[in-house]
Write a protein that binds this ligand. Sequence first.
Ligand code: FAD
Length: 377
Amino acid sequence: MAQSEAEIQRQKEMQQAEELLFSGRQELGFAKGLFLGNFVADWVMPYPRLDPARQAELEGALAEVRQMLDRNLDPDWIDRNADIPQSLIDGLARTGVLGMTAPKEFGGRGFSQMQYCRILEEIGKRDASTSVFVNAHHSIGIRALLLFGTREQQAQWLPSLVAGEKLAAFALTEREAGSDAANVRMTATPNEDGSSYTLNGEKRYITNAAVSQVWTVMARTPIPGKAGKDAITAFLVTPDMPGVEMIEGRMPKLGIRGTATGRFRLNDVRVPKENILGPLGKGLRVALTVLDFGRTTFGACCTGAAKHCLQLAIEHANSRQQFKKTLGNFDLVKKKIARMAADIYAMEAMTNVTASLIDRGLEDYMIETAMLKVFTT
Ligand SMILES: Cc1cc2nc3c(=O)[nH]c(=O)nc-3n(C[C@H](O)[C@H](O)[C@H](O)COP(=O)(O)OP(=O)(O)OC[C@H]3O[C@@H](n4cnc5c(N)ncnc54)[C@H](O)[C@@H]3O)c2cc1C
């Protein structure tokens, strides 16, 4: 009997759920536990704080980054010219921002997520384009390498990326795969001698694609031993590989105009099997875990932006006069500012708690990062 559309969809979703597991059962995260009536207080209380050594390390880095941003970051220029100047990228590299959470042995600072979030809050306070650029490179661009790369892959690729000599991008989205991330259509077909895969397909909305040298690309590979079945696998692709075609380097945007949001096609691009990141067929898990990190740091960027907006609103309310009074004297305006302050307090707290779940080594923080994204962005 032919399967109904609903049954086919259900089977597809079950296969996707299986793809999300590397092996065995996973410890449930804090928020998922709440749905089952479990409140694991230890995971969120006491409120996360950096230990004094890490706090001092962060203060030093923040001072350095602030000084560099004062000198090199002109948000109006970036927005008007729809570009991020090389001098700023060099400054970000020099102050360690492009590899802050990478291990020290590869040139990184070995920062925790909470420390890194504070740096991104500072950047988010000043310019959305720059914070999205850093997110695309560090939070998601090199993340799969950091989390799932073998030691050989890390030693080969990370040092130049962490130093900012090369930039990274993360390429998941396609025309048919937006919110429905599992619906990737790009294919990676194994070649006969087993040494490489041939990639075909198109990606769009990829931040940094046109300005970067190393891409993490998601494509569908056949599952060995399961005829007719396929699953997503993550590959390291470089834009200098024959067959890479940049269709549009900078898709026009209304906001965050400084970032290069690209669209590219892979035409029979041969990628060595050594460039597979994480287990074969587990690319969906790789991609969604990487995005968990991106959401966390994006929360920090938006918290920074919101704090800056609050500061501007207070300055305006305290200086602009109407009806012979400054705006801040009116109850309605006071209430609005109080609401903003309360929301920002919650944004900051959510960001810190979510970052600390990652720092504490919890296995599952998917729901928390999704909540953070919904609330802060
Ligand atoms: C500036 C920018 C930078 C980006 N950078 C990257 C990048 O570096 N790498 C990358 O891979 N991707 C990137 N993306 C892509 C981004 O991740 C996708 O835009 C996102 O996944 C949404 O996909 P979509 O735009 O196709 O929207 P769609 O999936 O078509 O969604 C359209 C609308 O429908 C809603 N919707 C969809 N499904 C449901 C549902 N089940 N229930 C209710 N509502 C639903 C959505 O919330 C949305 O409002 C970027 C996008 C932008 C705009």
